[in-house]
Design a protein around this ligand. Structure first.
Ligand code: OGA
Ligand code: NI
Length: 379
């Protein structure tokens, strides 16, 4: 018997049509909600301050993400804390070995005795927190996504590229090569940001030296390739989240740049993927967190690992504050790729050569997360 195609195709058409109408409607509603949220310039903190008790649908993450949000198993020693004291003298070989091992195996480590006084750490966190705790209308004046002035306040840099928004606001300040207009840096944190910039320049140079040597290269190698010259500071605020099991503070991602240096307060929530497991990067008083970015994994020809990390939504009444400094090459038209010294017949180049401007273009047109950026440049 010949199947009668008519009714069946009709039925298919109806189902599909309903499906399409449904998702089109959902996409439309979401776009409206996004637009409204963006135009309100409230930020997530502003929503919380307005007394909101449940999550706007915009922030609800899909089941695949939410099902992994179990608290990480306590593994206090899995992210090493490396003592940097005397690393310019007699302890250098052992510090280089520790830094190199952490960069190869985990892609993450913490550092203590890094030379930044505790008062400076505390002051910087307090100043960024004070910025986010200002009234909404004060912060709204710099709510923008354009970077001309080098200073902007926004919710999720990938708000318009992601499937779900994350429970986090950011004050972004360009530190180098061209420091933001000083007058544009909010007064509540201006002096502290300028002081932080000095510290991250010095510490960045020290860390890049250790990481270069950890690859068997001369200490100045990464800096010669301009890896210290572009620095952006992200002053994140993870406000109290009324439904922390429906969203995240930051989705799982790898950092695109050379390295990231993170100052976090004592609340916690940062997790790193180690194998199939999520591991907490527990706050260590006085420590700074360092992690390898995609570009350094590429330059190291896969020796160093740029690993996935994320931040859980903050269930505490007190906002969590963290300050990430991202180090990038400044020479956008130079070619990047694995160091020739690290390429051999045993270990052929794992990535092709590319310019940093090509890399940036790719980064800013996709959602934060996954390995798709680095894999795009694989040989
Ligand atoms: C980042 C990041 C972690 C944190 O800014 O890329 O991973 O704890 N931040 O805020
Ligand atoms: Ni990151």
């Amino acid at each position: 018997m010949q199947p009668d195609p008519e009714p069946r195709s009709n039925q298919n058409w109806e189902t599909t049509a309903m499906g399409v109408t449904d998702t089109t409607q959902q996409a439309f509603d979401r776009a409206q909600e996004l637009k409204q949220f963006e135009e309100s310039k409230l930020g997530v903190k502003g929503l919380v301050d307005s007394g909101l008790t449940s999550l706007p649908p915009l922030f609800v993450h899909p089941h695949e993400t939410l099902s992994t949000l179990k608290p990480a198993r306590p593994k206090p020693d899995s992210i090493p804390t490396i003592d940097l004291s005397c690393c310019d003298s007699f302890r250098r070989p052992s510090v280089v070995a520790e830094v190199g091992r952490a960069a190869r195996e985990l892609g993450f480590f913490q550092v203590v005795n890094h030379g930044v006084p505790t008062e400076v750490l505390d002051r910087t966190i307090a100043a960024v927190k004070a910025f986010h705790e200002q009234p909404t209308e004060v912060k709204a004046r710099i709510y923008r996504r354009e970077m001309e002035t080098g200073v902007s306040f926004f919710t999720n840099y990938d708000l318009f590229h992601s499937k779900a928004a994350s429970w986090r606001d950011t004050l972004q300040i360009l530190l180098a090569p061209k420091l933001a207009d000083v007058e544009e840096i909010p007064e509540v944190c201006r002096n502290e940001v300028l002081e932080w910039n000095q510290q991250v320049q010095r510490l960045g140079s020290l860390l890049l030296g250790l990481l270069s040597e950890g690859l068997g290269l001369s200490a100045g190698k990464l800096q010669e390739l301009t890896c210290l010259e572009t620095r952006v500071m992200l002053g994140h605020c993870y406000p109290y989240c009324p439904q922390p099991n429906l969203t995240v503070g930051m989705t799982s991602h790898t950092d695109p740049g050379v390295i990231a240096l993170l100052l976090q307060d004592q609340i916690g929530g940062l997790q790193v993927k180690h194998g199939d497991e999520w591991v907490d990067v527990a706050p260590v008083p006085g420590a700074l967190v360092v992690n390898i970015g995609d570009i350094l994994q590429i330059m190291s020809n896969d020796k160093y690992k740029s690993v996935d990390h994320r931040v859980l939504a903050n269930p505490n009444r007190e906002p969590r504050v963290s300050i990430a400094t991202l180090y990038n090459p400044s020479n956008s038209e130079n070619e990047f790729g694995p160091f020739p010294e690290l390429v051999s017949s045993d270990k052929p180049a794992a990535f092709r050569q590319f310019t940093f401007s090509e890399y940036k273009r790719r980064f800013f047109t996709k959602e934060l997360g996954g390995k798709s950026l680095i894999n795009y440049f694989r040989a």
